[in-house]
Ligand binder design. Structure first.
Ligand code: FAD
Length: 291
């Protein structure tokens, strides 16, 4: 059930990311979405961790339920925000006890309105510290985050890659990237990572563009950029929701085809708990494989 074992099979992984819904109705809807995506045989799915640990119970319960009821290999995201080492140990023990073997070790962003990240008392300051802690607690496969365009708070990209190397040296078995829309950014990042001795699989994070205002908000938060020609195209279509959707799907299909042609080790889709676009994109790629 460890995700890192999949990479040696020589086929790119296909994975889907969800966030824990706020309401019971949202949960029912999410299981419908997962049901739509299940026939694509995802290599694994992952569930995010809300700002400030706000979704702790939901994240843990959701990964356990997806894995137990649907038999899909699942990964819990975990962040350092708001947790002491003892609390983190308890979360890891619970995950391990219920058969989860994969975690994405993250620093996390501070809850809305709190400005800069502040390391919690008795907790961890960086994802690399969390990765080290996870590594000795249980034999999890550990994913870590990478930033093809640099993390928004990094001093420079080289320093950011040095910090990525530290995460991998501390136990990271694979990297999942932040969303990006220009593959040149990914290839440069991957080349530099390899040159620095980061040898683990680097999975490309893909977000289908479904709505212009929404994607502008996301990129402003995560520091990614929309290539200018794509931005102009999206803005010219903005009044026609279907045309924006079609352009977003077409861009993602083109992006993924190019990544596959350039030997990407996996594609990780930020689904935003929606299935339609992801199903269309993955089907267009013709890469379905048994999980
Ligand atoms: C695939 C993916 C999934 C994500 N899922 C979630 C989620 O579920 N919940 C959530 O809240 N957020 C999530 N995020 C967002 C992430 O938490 C933020 O981007 C956060 O700001 C940084 O997290 P990190 O794990 O990359 O941090 P780190 O690797 O700790 O890096 C944070 C910053 O500190 C710098 N740095 C790192 N180590 C050191 C060091 N030792 N000394 C000095 N500087 C250092 C880095 O260069 C970087 O600028 C996700 C991001 C990605 C790419």
């Amino acid at each position: 059930m460890r995700i890192d074992k999949l990479f040696s099979l020589g086929k790119p992984t296909i994975s889907f990311e969800f966030f824990p819904p706020k309401t019971e109705a949202g949960f029912a809807q999410l299981f419908q979405v997962i049901g739509d995506l299940h026939p694509l045989h995802p290599s694994y799915v992952s569930v995010t961790y809300g700002a400030g640990g706000s979704t702790r119970q939901k994240t843990v319960a959701l990964v356990e339920r997806i894995q137990r009821e649907l038999g899909i290999r699942s990964m819990a995201h975990l962040t350092c925000v708001g947790h002491t080492a003892a609390e983190m140990a308890a979360i890891l023990d619970e995950l391990w006890g219920s058969g989860i073997r994969n975690v994405l070790a993250l620093r996390g962003d501070p809850p809305a309105g709190q400005g800069q990240f502040a390391p919690p008392e008795g907790g961890f300051a960086y994802a690399s510290d969390l990765a080290k802690f996870v590594r000795v607690r249980h034999d999890f496969a550990i994913g870590v985050a990478g930033y093809p365009e640099g993390h928004p708070q990094c001093l420079n990209r080289t320093r950011d890659l040095e910090m990525l190397k530290l995460k991998v040296d501390n136990g990271g078995n694979f990297v999942i990237t932040q969303l990006f829309f220009d593959n040149a950014d990914f290839y440069r990042f991957r080349d530099q990572a390899r040159a620095m001795g980061i040898g683990v699989p680097i999975i490309a994070g893909i977000m289908p563009i479904l709505n212009v205002a929404q994607i502008k908000r996301f990129v402003s938060l995560c520091g990614a950029k929309i290539p200018h020609p794509l931005l102009l195209k999206l803005e010219s279509l903005e009044s026609d929701a279907e045309a924006v959707y079609a352009a977003g799907v077409a861009h993602a299909v083109g992006q993924c085809r190019d990544l596959l042609a350039h030997g990407v080790e996996g594609l990780h889709f930020y689904t935003l708990n929606k299935s339609k676009a992801t199903v269309q994109i993955v089907r267009a790629l013709n890469v379905l494989h048994a999980s």
